[in-house]
Structure formats: structure tokens, C-alpha cells
Design a protein around this ligand. Structure first.
Ligand SMILES: Cc1ncc(COP(=O)(O)O)c(C=O)c1O
Length: 412
């Protein structure tokens, strides 16, 4: 009689020997997105970095799709797409030039969103045993991707001016003196970071690009929120400061149009991009690219992004007002100039993962800080998103968070 041992979750292990080493390493771990189950139907969700539904340009996208069919007929649906898909590449290059980056269409590779863009860059550079430096905390989707490649992830502190580039420099120098290996890639979200909302200062940007050249690594600049600035003047992207082609940039239309269009891009040095292109199997969404190509060149894309900045600025202000009004004085939070998130630090003794069920009962969910660290830091922190819920819900949610925090601080 063959006995098949089935674990509590129904896992038999029958295929384990066929999986890659990275998959085997992750067996039994919670899958990506398991934090979604934290969501309680009756609680206000301040968890998700989703755009608010009314921000979606429904009518404009319908008009764009009709115009694309009218102009391109079958070509719009064929492999490779037509002129409007090409126009999207030109538009992206043009917008990146306006940010100060010296580039053309030959430097742009369209992808099915920024996660796909980061994945193809990882696929091009990373193999098992390599090391990636990140700011800690960082975007958990990217941490998940790095896990897929079986690489070591080393996190460096992030303060009000973004990544502590001085700490990165000190570690690189220490390693070189000790004859130890340095990383191949440094992943950063320099502008309106996910999850903290902080922005890397100009001086640190310059220093980081110099370090990449001096210590021979690639910088992966994730600029998912760069177009959504609410206060202050734009800072140059890392790619605009880079004279050696070491900065590879990824971006997305998820936050400026809609996540469902699954469209983003990689921008980089031509020689490097050629290899990234070879690694990008399966083609991309050329039909959506055509629709976006029309929307961005003949539709009101720019005006709509300007409107989004105004609306999100109001939401950001409202979130900060709610925190000021409700939270106990021992709590601290960031005040972002753009993006979708506020990072809250509670007193050391409060564990935000343990607090979550109580917060949900009180009427709010958030993402516990620990999800954003490559190690076990961040236990007393949490991320709030102001992008998705209405101002009224934000009020209720932050008040519930304050009640849960106060009772945890009182040791109840
Ligand atoms: C910093 C950051 N990078 C990348 C992404 C992924 O974007 P996309 O929807 O294009 O895959 C997100 C989305 O939440 C993000 O916050």
C-alpha cells in the first residue's frame, strides 16, 4: 500500500523534485498576494495601492479603441501591432526626454507593466547566488521577484531623504577592502517610494550613480510614481544623471492610466536593452499599446494626469489631516510629496501584524511593515494607502487605526 502524506494545505510533495531550486526554497511559504486575505469585507481597506475607480478614463479608452480599429483594422490585432503601438514607444521616449534623460525610441522596450519590466531586467542580470542591494523597506512585489531568482537581498536604511547612500558607500568600500564580492544590482524607488513615500535627495542621486560606476553594478530605477508629484519641483531621475549607461529604468501606466492596461516599459542603454529584449519572451500587449498610443498622442492623457495630481494631492492632504486628528502622539508618519503611500511608525512595543485582526475588528486594514523588508525589521511599522478609498472612508479607517493602536499601547 502506498501511503501518500498530504500536509494540512493539501500539498503532497509529488512534484517537488521537478521544481527549480528557487521554487523548492519557497515551498510552504505564503504565496504572493496572500496579504490580500487580510482584507475584511466590512473594514475600510487602506491596504491597496490601487487607483480610485473614478480616476479611470473609461470613455477616453473606448474612443481610443474605436479610433485604432478605424485606422488600423486587422493590423491592430496582429502580432506586432500597427502605427499607434509604435507611437506609444515614441511618446514614452519623448516624455522621458522631458524629464532630462538623453534617449530615443531605441532606448525603450515596452512591457506588460512595471512588474514585467523588473522581471525581464532581473532575468537579464541575476542568477542564483547573486546579490541585490535594496532600500529597506521596499516594494514587496520586487522582493518577491528577487526571491524567484534565488538571489541574496541586502537592505539599507531609508530615511526622510530616501536610501542612505552613505551606508551603501561604506558597505561597498568595506567589502572591497576585505576582498568580498559586491552586488550586481541595486534596486531603488527614488521618487515617492513604495511603501514610505520618501524621495531621494539630489545629492544622494548623484552619489549613487557615481558609486555604480566606481563599484561596477547596475542601478534599477523603478519610477512607478514619478509622474504623480503634488508638491515641490521635480528632481532629475537617476537615468538623467548617469553618463555610463548603468541606470536601467522601469515605469508603468498602472498609476497614470489604469493597472488593467498592463503596460509599462524598460528604458536603458541600447547595448544593454538589446539583451533585455532577447530575454523578454512571449510578446506584449500590442493592442492595449495601440489604444494607449492613441490616448497619449491624440487623447487627453496629459490633461488627465494633471487632474490626477490635483485629486491625489487632496487625498494625500486628507490622509495627513486624519492622522493628525486621530493618532496618538507616540505615532509618527511620513509626509510624501507624491505617490500613493504614507508610512506609519508606532512605538517599538506594538507589533503591526499582531495588531491587524484587532484593527480589522475596529474597521480598518493596512499592510504590516514587515512585508516590505527583506529581513524581519519593520514590525512596528505599517503602510497606509490614500489612493483608493473615499475621503469619508479614510476618516473612518484612520479613526479605527487610532483606536486599535491606543488599545495595543495600553496593553489591552
Ligand atoms: C514601486 C512599484 N513598482 C512597480 C509596481 C508594479 O506596477 P505594474 O502594475 O505596472 O506591474 C508597483 C505597483 O504597485 C509599485 O508600487
Amino acid at each position: 500500500v502506498e501511503v501518500v502524506v498530504v500536509s494540512d494545505d493539501g500539498h503532497t510533495g509529488a512534484f517537488d523534485h521537478l521544481f527549480t531550486a528557487a521554487v523548492r526554497d519557497g515551498l510552504g511559504e505564503e504565496g504572493y498576494g496572500s496579504w490580500r486575505s487580510i482584507d475584511e469585507p466590512d473594514a475600510v481597506s487602506l491596504s491597496f495601492g490601487f487607483p480610485y475607480p473614478e480616476s479611470f478614463p473609461h470613455e477616453e479608452l473606448v474612443a481610443a479603441a474605436e479610433a485604432v480599429f478605424e485606422a488600423e483594422h486587422d493590423t491592430a490585432l496582429q502580432y506586432g501591432g500597427g502605427d499607434y503601438a509604435d507611437r506609444l514607444v515614441e511618446t514614452v521616449a519623448e516624455r522621458e526626454r522631458r524629464r532630462g534623460i538623453d534617449c530615443g525610441p531605441e532606448n525603450v522596450l515596452l512591457t506588460n507593466g512595471a512588474t514585467h519590466a523588473i522581471d525581464v531586467v532581473c532575468h537579464t542580470f541575476l542568477e542564483r547566488g547573486d546579490e541585490v542591494f535594496v532600500e529597506a523597506p521596499t516594494f514587496m512585489g520586487s522582493l518577491k521577484l528577487f526571491g524567484n531568482y534565488g538571489v541574496e537581498v541586502t537592505g539599507f536604511e531609508n530615511d526622510a531623504d530616501g536610501l542612505r547612500v552613505d551606508a551603501v558607500a561604506a558597505e561597498l568600500e568595506r567589502r572591497e577592502d576585505a576582498g568580498e564580492a559586491t552586488p550586481k544590482l541595486l534596486y531603488t524607488i527614488p521618487t515617492f517610494q513604495n511603501p514610505t513615500g520618501t524621495t531621494l535627495s539630489r545629492e544622494r542621486r548623484e552619489r549613487l550613480v557615481e558609486l555604480a560606476e566606481a563599484h561596477d553594478f547596475v542601478v534599477l530605477e523603478d519610477d512607478a510614481y514619478g509622474a504623480l508629484r503634488y508638491d515641490g519641483a521635480d528632481l532629475p531621475p537617476l537615468a538623467a544623471l548617469d553618463g555610463s549607461g548603468r541606470v536601467v529604468r522601469t515605469n508603468t501606466f498602472s498609476k497614470t492610466v489604469a493597472p488593467g492596461v498592463r503596460s509599462g516599459w524598460v528604458l536603458g542603454d541600447e547595448e544593454l536593452l538589446e539583451e533585455v529584449t532577447r530575454m523578454r519572451a512571449g510578446g506584449t500587449n500590442t493592442f492595449t499599446q495601440s489604444v494607449l498610443g492613441y490616448y497619449c498622442t491624440e487623447g487627453p492623457f496629459e490633461e488627465n494626469v494633471a487632474e490626477l495630481r490635483t485629486r491625489y494631492a487632496e487625498r494625500r492632504d486628507h490622509m495627513l489631516d486624519c492622522l493628525e486628528e486621530h493618532m496618538p502622539p507616540a505615532a509618527e508618519w511620513t509626509e510624501p510629496d507624491g505617490g500613493f503611500f504614507v508610512w506609519v511608525t508606532l512605538p517599538e512595543a506594538v507589533d503591526t501584524e499582531e495588531l491587524l485582526p484587532r484593527a480589522a475588528e475596529e474597521g480598518v486594514t493596512y499592510l504590516p511593515g514587515e512585508l516590505f523588508f527583506p529581513d524581519d525589521r519593520g514590525r512596528n511599522c505599517l503602510r497606509l494607502s490614500f489612493s483608493h478609498v473615499s475621503p469619508g472612508e479614510m476618516d473612518r479607517g484612520v479613526a479605527a487605526l487610532a483606536r486599535a493602536t491606543r488599545s495595543a499601547m495600553a496593553g489591552d
